[in-house]
Design a protein around this ligand. Structure first.
Ligand code: URA
Length: 224
């Protein structure tokens, strides 16, 4: 169930910890030691699920949209259970979006302090000057703080536009777009192609696949 549904169950008095009813949804429990039951039936932790999605542009990363726009959650396979997107991609950004019900895993990937690399391919407008690619790498001031060191590889470049591959270790709101805009280049297209060891290879737009054990382990063991 969702966090909100779980909270309602606790407040309705349906939940007990070690046989004692609790009305406190924030009551700490240790899944290794405590037995949590609902309506007298003991619960087991949900099986951990880790999915990679190739989000198409035009979908938003919110479970429910008051404006009725298509969401990435609509594309999850039936029966995937209650999963959360790990971080967000803008509606107009396509590419790799992870989903899980493992909060530790999600925290590792999303951690603003860095660790897990996120790689994007961007098409930016204007003639890219090499010194601006270096400025992108050494950090750009956004909201009063300088972004962490990044990498920028120029894939193609002409008088009117450039295609660049950029690697970040943080995930601030609309970070890639705002960094290029701060340097004077509009982002015309943006796709995330890799998160840590997970790539988009073989994953068609709109499709999902489970992460394999190697991918999960590398992310959980990533240095911080
Ligand atoms: N940076 C952006 O600007 N947009 C995204 O969706 C992800 C990273």
């Amino acid at each position: 169930m969702s966090r909100a549904e779980a909270e309602r169950c606790v407040l309705a008095g349906r939940v007990a910890v070690n046989g004692v009813r609790t009305l406190d949804p924030e009551r700490p429990t240790n899944p290794e030691r405590d037995t949590v039951s609902i309506d007298g039936r003991p619960l087991r932790a949900a099986r951990k699920v880790y999915l990679a999605m190739n989000k198409p542009a035009g979908c938003i990363t919110t479970a429910k949209d008051p404006l009725g726009r298509p969401t990435a959650y609509d594309l999850l396979p039936p029966g995937a259970g209650s999963l959360q997107a790990v971080g967000r991609l803008d509606a107009d950004t396509s590419g790799l979006l992870l989903f899980t019900n493992d909060t530790d895993f999600a925290a590792r990937v999303a951690d603003a302090g860095g660790g897990v690399e996120k790689v994007y391919v961007a098409r930016i407008g204007g003639r890219l000057r090499p010194e601006d690619a270096r400025r992108f790498e050494s950090g750009v001031e956004l909201d009063g703080t300088v972004t962490r060191p990044a990498r920028c590889r120029v894939l193609e470049s002409d008088e009117r536009a450039a295609r660049v591959e950029v690697t970040l270790t943080e995930g601030r709101n609309r970070q890639v777009r705002r960094m290029w805009e701060a340097l004077g280049y509009p982002v015309l297209e943006l796709e995330r192609v890799r998160v840590g060891p997970v790539t988009l290879t073989g994953l068609a737009p709109g499709r999902t696949r489970p992460l394999d054990e190697f991918e999960r382990t590398v992310i959980l063991l990533e240095e911080h």
